[in-house]
Write a protein that binds this ligand. Structure first.
Ligand SMILES: *[C@@H]1O[C@H](CO)[C@@H](O)[C@H](O)[C@H]1NC(C)=O
Ligand SMILES: *[C@@H]1O[C@H](CO)[C@@H](O)[C@H](O)[C@H]1NC(C)=O
Ligand SMILES: *[C@@H]1O[C@H](CO)[C@@H](O)[C@H](O)[C@H]1NC(C)=O
Length: 498
């Protein structure tokens, strides 16, 4: 940032062509530079101290050099907000309940950094037991009995949860750029949340999140709102507008089920659309979420919800243990967590699909990249437990062992130095399930482990156009272990089946 300011201050010098290395010239240049800086400073002063607005100033300066005006304006915005958005700029608001906190706290304890993260869990009443130090501090929500709620299958607590953003705003805390709302069973990945928020100007009105994976949910609750469990972010200026109308909105949208839809209603009154970011996961699915995580879209992993109602993310582990396991990989390389890549072993006709930090699938056949990037359907829809439809394509997870991939799960990882990591993936203990005894499968089944090397991904890549990385198999199986490298694709490189 500092660097950019320097460039901007020096811009006015450009026309005077400084590079001639003569002492006298340098002196004149310095003088010119000094004058230019003075000019910038005095113009800023003039415009700040007068009541004239920007347009009038621009009119007055109609004859000025345009490039100069441009630099001057940039210079001011940079000065106002010189710092990149960091965790101290985010105020979390978590919808909690005193009754269930003792169980649910395990989820926020995974991602909450005491005395670093800012925010509160909002409760319906003060807890009796001492509040754990590892948990976000709590606040007791205001009384909501004066509001209307007419959704027959819902709960009035939706009103209280909807008002968290307002009560958080009214705390008047300083230096808040974003209000991030979530449930008590939401896990955030804070580094990636920041990577996503850094894409947007917090001085503008943004409403950022995701919709439900289950179409039936989106049909009932709308496609235009951010689903609360997946978490969503509201920029400060938007929150400022929202809190002015929120209480009235809550009564106007008395018939809708959830807090998030009431907020969605307000947003449509303000006229701010949902900015969809693919890393927010409401996880409105039943059964095993494996397919979704093993084919994550090309976006940073921001949140996961409903861990309590789905099967654990890893086999032979509890829900909490498996969430911690995934977080272990995330901490090693936040930007790369779950990033999907695939490659072929053309000597063997194998397809290998990697979800970094989570799972590897080995197919002893060649699948097209289009198939490989499509989630295996290991889950059902949220409301009716149906096979379809979802807001993305899925492919069938066959019951026939010869049509299923051989699956490996993240076991552990380490930093190698030189900004590189090594992660290992192992096949769970052979289950009692029938295994495919075809020849090509038995060769593949001899692989018990994958080692994946990758460089630590620079979060800056997410500010650019996304592209899936390439992978290559470095050595064949050695004692049943395959070594794979993940890297940027070379020029003209594609994942093209033979
Ligand atoms: C975050 O940004 C603020 C400026 O708004 C700065 O004072 C603070 O040191 C930064 N915190 C971290 C952890 O970088
Ligand atoms: C947080 O800060 C408070 C006060 O500074 C301190 O007493 C407490 O031990 C800290 N908690 C943690 C978990 O670091
Ligand atoms: C790979 O598949 C191709 C095309 O189906 C076939 O010609 C080739 O023999 C196969 N190679 C191996 C090692 O199975």
């Amino acid at each position: 940032m500092k660097h950019e300011n320097d460039v901007l201050i020096h811009n006015p010098l450009k026309p005077s062509k400084c590079p001639h290395i003569k002492v006298i010239h340098i002196f004149t240049c310095l003088m010119k530079g000094f004058l230019a800086i003075c000019l910038v400073a005095s113009l800023s002063l003039v415009s700040f101290s007068s009541f004239s607005n920007k347009t009038r100033w621009l009119k007055y300066c109609a004859d000025c050099d345009n490039r100069f005006i441009h630099s001057w304006r940039n210079f001011n915005t940079q000065q106002d907000h010189p710092e990149k958005t960091n965790l101290s700029h985010v105020l979390f608001g978590i919808g909690g309940s005193t009754e269930t906190w003792n169980e649910r706290r395990q989820y926020s304890d995974i991602w909450w950094q005491p005395n670093v993260s800012r925010g509160y869990v909002w409760l319906e009443q003060a807890p009796i037991e001492p509040w754990p130090e590892t948990s976000p501090p709590f606040k007791v929500s205001e009384d909501t009995s004066r509001f209307q709620y007419t959704c027959w299958y819902g709960s009035r607590s939706a009103i209280r949860i909807a008002r968290i953003v307002k009560e958080s705003f009214e705390l008047g805390l300083t230096n808040v750029r974003w209000f991030v709302l979530g449930d008590d069973d939401t896990i955030f990945f804070p580094d990636n949340l920041l990577t996503v928020l850094q894409k947007y100007d917090h001085n503008e009105m943004y409403y950022i999140g995701g919709v439900s994976e289950s179409v039936e949910q989106d049909v009932v609750h709308t496609y235009t709102m951010a689903y609360g469990g997946g978490g969503f972010a509201i920029s400060y200026p938007l929150a400022e507008q929202l809190v002015r109308i929120l209480d009235a909105c809550i009564d106007r949208y008395a018939s809708v089920y959830g807090s998030d839809q009431k907020i969605g209603g307000c947003m449509s009154e303000i006229g701010i659309p949902l900015t969809k970011e693919l890393g927010f996961h409401q996880m409105d699915v039943r059964g095993n979420p494996y397919g979704i995580l093993a084919a994550h879209p090309m976006a940073p992993l921001v949140s996961l919800h409903h861990l309590d109602s789905m099967q654990p993310l890893f086999p032979e582990m509890s829900r909490i243990e498996s969430a911690k396991k995934l977080t272990e990989a995330y901490k090693l390389d936040p930007s790369r967590a779950l990033q999907h890549t695939f490659c072929y072993d053309l000597a063997k006709n194998w397809s290998i699909s990697i979800a970094w930090g989570y799972s590897i699938q080995l197919y002893p056949t060649i699948l097209t990249p289009q198939d490989l990037q499509t989630p295996l359907q290991t889950f059902l829809s949220w409301r009716t437990w149906s096979q379809e439809p979802f807001t993305f394509n899925t492919r069938t997870m066959s019951l026939e062992p010869c049509e299923r991939p051989i699956i490996y799960f993240f076991e552990g990882g380490a930093e190698l130095g030189h900004h590189r990591t090594l992660t290992s993936y192992k096949r769970p203990n052979p289950s009692s399930h029938k295994q495919c005894d075809r020849d090509d499968y038995s060769a593949a089944l001899s692989i018990r482990m994958f080692n994946v090397k990758a460089s630590i991904m620079d979060p800056q890549v997410w500010q650019k156009a996304p592209r899936r990385q390439c992978c290559e198999i470095i050595s064949g199986e050695d004692d049943g272990v395959v070594q794979v490298n993940m890297r940027d694709c070379n020029q003209w490189e594609t994942v093209t089946p033979p």
